[in-house]
Write a protein that binds this ligand. Structure first.
Ligand SMILES: Cc1cc2nc3c(=O)[nH]c(=O)nc-3n(C[C@H](O)[C@H](O)[C@H](O)COP(=O)(O)OP(=O)(O)OC[C@H]3O[C@@H](n4cnc5c(N)ncnc54)[C@H](O)[C@@H]3O)c2cc1C
Length: 177
């Protein structure tokens, strides 16, 4: 959705199908970007639009803390999306975006549902894949499984890192690509 420079979104009425119903904004993806979009749109547009949140999972997971949790330095936070949607007058639909027919303004889910929209926000994040040969591709706490229970870091970064290094004789470095 774009507005002319200097023009506020408040009171903005899209031309498409706006006469008979509130314009519907479909947000696909309920990660950081999807939820920020939901909050911003509700704040800017109030109740003038209908918002549907298409989420692959029932919870928002705050990924950055996944790298701290194994070292006892933080805890992965999870937030119930149903509560977030209810708080911001959005309809939560569980499902994954599979395809978009932009000409018809219809999004298809992997489960075969067809979701009509007036505006679509695609915020499905990035895919993670092994990028460095020989390195552990860490996407969350479950990636510590190969080290076994005895080697898992318990508390304190130094102790944890040292434990992993001694046992596996590997260097520890972090890279985001
Ligand atoms: C281990 C780890 C540590 C990180 N540490 C930091 C950090 O310290 N600082 C920092 O700034 N950033 C960090 N990041 C990156 C940060 O988490 C991302 O930049 C941010 O989450 C991106 O937000 P997003 O909404 O674009 O994607 P995501 O947060 O990934 O959200 C995408 C959402 O879309 C959903 N989804 C995927 N496919 C579909 C589909 N087809 N249909 C519907 N929904 C779908 C996913 O389930 C997910 O909920 C880290 C990431 C990881 C994995």
């Amino acid at each position: 959705m774009t507005a002319a420079p200097g023009r506020s979104y408040a009171g903005y009425v899209p031309k498409v199908r706006a006469v008979h119903h509130r314009p519907k904004i479909l947000i696909a993806g309920a990660g950081v970007a999807g939820l920020e979009t939901l909050l911003a749109l509700r704040s800017l547009l109030g109740g003038t639009v209908e918002i549907e949140l298409l989420a692959a999972e029932p919870e928002f997971v705050y990924h950055p803390l996944a790298v701290a949790a194994p070292f006892g330095l933080g805890e992965v936070r999870r937030i119930d999306l149903a509560a977030v949607a209810a708080d911001h007058d959005a309809h939560l639909r569980l499902g994954a975006l599979a395809a978009v027919d932009a000409a018809a303004s219809v999004a298809q889910t992997e489960g075969g549902q067809a979701l009509a929209y007036d505006f679509l926000v695609v915020a499905i994040g990035a895919r993670r894949w092994p990028a460095i040969e020989g390195a552990l591709t860490f996407t969350g706490g479950e990636d510590l499984e190969p080290f076994g229970e005895a080697d898992r870091p318990r508390a304190g970064r130094d102790r944890a890192t040292a434990g992993v290094c001694r046992r596996h004789r590997r260097r520890v470095a972090a890279a985001a690509v």
